[in-house]
Ligand binder design. Structure first.
Ligand SMILES: Cc1cc2nc3c(=O)[nH]c(=O)nc-3n(C[C@H](O)[C@H](O)[C@H](O)COP(=O)(O)OP(=O)(O)OC[C@H]3O[C@@H](n4cnc5c(N)ncnc54)[C@H](O)[C@@H]3O)c2cc1C
Ligand code: FES
Length: 521
């Protein structure tokens, strides 16, 4: 439970209605616990103000419709229920009742506690079962499997991970865990029984070596093949290696996995001399954690100031001074020339004692599998707005016009929003564009209504059509002659719609699905 300072208003005593504008947030407390009060239109919400991931202040986050985004790593929480809707947070925050009385807003009883895990929806046992295979047991793979179950996905879910450990909290590996201030029990994302309880098959220590998109098979190390209906690539990133003489010596390490962090802990003894190569997040976090273990730490990096590219010169200087005050020695403006047993030689020939070298010079996406499978790549895997890769089949192409219509729906809604914003008090020059935008949105309305109808879940409960009314074979069998879809006459003029390709965006997100949109189910 997050404690709140007592100078925050006690929300059980109420706050003036006017203090909370539409879309605004206010942080108060209830019984010493920080509570976030938020308004959206006439609705008022009260949820815990502390993110269940790493305690980020939700009051400094962003409200998007009826959700709030954490300012630290962008976890998304429902304002209505406190549920964690998007990773990296997995557990819900608390939720309270609110009441409006006599021009004031009061927070009442607690509806639900923070930290609860939302149960998976019961899965039907009959009917054909499809299988979703997730390659990668990091935060993304784990969250995807969990969300599938929470959303009531009935098929089989298998996570393939070449890591020997069940999904864990990777960010902690360079922080409290490495420093020795967080026990290892904190590291797993979920307890072992979670996966069996939720019907998630975890195949640890298993490498996916190739994907056959035509046969829908994943080849596993050892020669086994695993069939799938949908495939999610969540293979994350791998550390970039140093390319200097001696970089493959055993005391030269990177930090990506739990095994790496355990290895560094085993090597870090009081009086050890460590050289950290790289002065960005991981390098500096490792430097700080090793100093906490009384290791002598030298940081080598080519830039003039640590993290200058990210934070700018002033904060770069501040970061340097902070680390120096804890005993870190910087060698900035230099690179490593060579590594020898017990020593690192800089590019200017200066030697530094080192019985441990930690390389933190960045990561690159793990796209080998996607490349081998022939997916479109541009420094990462190219995906469209549904995170679908270029591995497309008939179903995928059929969805493209739908995707375009949905985009136009969003555009129309934005247009309507702009119409509302273009009021007389905002100046007469807005009036004409506002009228034009409203006319465009009204013209689009019939098409938008039809998209909504198509997206409605099918009455056959997903047995034949996988949930989409528009694709149900039963419905097409029942279509009267001359109509391509029940309820629509082909001889009537159709609303004007854009035809054609959902082009692939350039977001390097390594997620793929061979059969339609994973998000559609
Ligand atoms: C030490 C450290 C500290 C960090 N600190 C922060 C932080 O403070 N804040 C922050 O926002 N981010 C931080 N990050 C980054 C963050 O951890 C990553 O963004 C996040 O882990 C990405 O999650 P992911 O699931 O996409 O990929 P990953 O976590 O990389 O997981 C991918 C998984 O897929 C597995 N895999 C890959 N290929 C195959 C294959 N062919 N077969 C089977 N399995 C495969 C990998 O072994 C891995 O387990 C940190 C990262 C590290 C390493
Ligand atoms: S602390 Fe909120 S998302 Fe990480």
């Amino acid at each position: 439970m997050a404690e709140a300072s007592q100078d925050k208003p006690d929300l059980t005593n109420g706050v003036p209605d006017n203090d909370l504008g539409d879309g605004a947030m206010l942080v108060g407390q209830v019984g010493g616990e920080a509570v976030l009060l938020a308004r959206r239109g006439r609705e008022i919400f009260a949820i815990g103000a502390t993110c269940t991931h790493y305690g980020g202040p939700l009051g400094e986050g962003l409200i998007v419709e009826d959700t709030v985004r954490c300012p630290w790593h962008h976890a998304c929480f429902s304002l209505r229920t406190g549920e964690a809707l998007a990773a990296p947070a997995l557990n819900a925050t608390s939720c309270w009742r609110t009441e409006r009385r006599d021009g004031r807003i009061f927070v009442g009883d607690r509806i639900s506690e923070a930290g609860r895990q939302l149960p998976a929806k019961p899965r039907p046992t009959d009917g054909p079962r499809e299988r979703m295979v997730i390659i990668g047991g990091g935060g993304a793979g784990n969250a995807a499997a969990e969300m599938l179950r929470r959303g009531g996905y009935a098929g089989g879910v298998t996570i393939i991970s070449d890591d020997a450990a069940a999904p864990y909290d990777r960010p902690n590996l360079s922080k409290d865990y490495l420093a020795g201030t967080a026990p290892e029990e904190w590291i797993p994302l979920r307890p072992p029984e979670f996966y069996a309880d939720n019907g998630i098959e975890l195949r640890l220590g298993t490498t996916a070596t190739a994907i056959d998109t035509a046969r829908r098979h994943v080849m596993l190390g050892g020669g086994e093949e695993l069939g799938f209906d949908k495939l999610l690539l969540a293979t994350g990133a791998e550390p970039i290696r140093l390319q200097v003489p001696g970089a493959d010596l055993p005391h030269v390490r990177t930090l990506r996995s739990l095994a790496d962090s355990r290895d560094l802990i085993a090597r870090a003894r009081r009086g050890t001399h460590a050289v950290v190569v790289g002065a960005s997040f991981i390098g500096l976090e490792a430097a700080a954690a090793l100093r906490h273990r009384q290791v002598e730490v030298h940081v080598v990096a080519p830039e003039a100031r640590p993290m200058e590219r990210v934070l700018g010169p002033e904060l770069g200087d501040f970061v340097r001074q902070l680390h120096e005050s804890h005993g870190v020695v910087f060698h900035l403006g230099h690179t490593v020339g060579a590594i020898e047993a017990g020593r690192v030689r800089l590019d200017n020939g200066v030697p530094i004692d080192a019985d441990l070298v930690v390389v933190g010079i960045g990561v690159r996406p793990r796209i080998h599998l996607a490349q081998q499978a022939g997916l479109a790549i541009d420094r990462g895997v190219l995906v469209n707005e549904y995170l679908e890769t270029s591995a497309q089949d008939f179903r995928r192409r059929r969805h493209r016009p739908l995707a375009r219509r949905l985009q136009r729906r969003a555009a129309a809604h934005r247009a309507l929003g702009r119409c509302r914003a273009a009021r007389p008090d905002r100046g007469a020059q807005h009036a004409r564009p506002a009228r034009a935008l409203r006319r465009r949105a009204v013209l689009l309305e019939p098409a938008l209504r039809r998209v909504d109808r198509l997206r409605r879940p099918c009455q056959c409960m997903g047995r034949d059509c996988r949930g989409r009314r528009s694709e149900c074979p039963r419905r097409s069998a029942a279509r009267p002659p001359g109509r391509s879809h029940p309820g629509r006459r082909d001889d009537l003029p159709r609303p004007r719609e854009p035809i054609g390709g959902g082009r692939h965006g350039t977001r390097p997100v390594a997620v793929g699905s061979r059969k339609g949109s994973a998000g559609a189910h």
